[in-house]
Design a protein around this ligand. Sequence first.
Ligand SMILES: [Mg+2]
Length: 111
Amino acid sequence: MNKQTRTDLYKRAIELWGSVSQYRQLQEECAELIAAINQFDRGRISLDELAEEVADVEIMIEQARLMLSDRAVDLCKERKLHRLEKEVGGHSGSDEYLGEEALCDKEEVTA
Ligand SMILES: [Mg+2]
């Protein structure tokens, strides 16, 4: 689904259920993601199940951006990314970062 189609869909959802309901749904999805991360760490759910919860949160966050202000969120995000960049500095990365390939490897190990 392209960005414009997605934005139109989100606007229809916000209009249908209202922003209060959508913020509540965002809270619920965040709680589900928190629980899923814990369950994934303990090997109780698969990577696909964790990815599903991440997708749910992203969908609700994209709606929150529309309800708030896309620009305001972008400005905050840019500021925070600069702060992160300073904190990370010249660090070249480590095994803490798991790219898609590494996550697939991990799934095979835990499955
Ligand atoms: Mg969910």
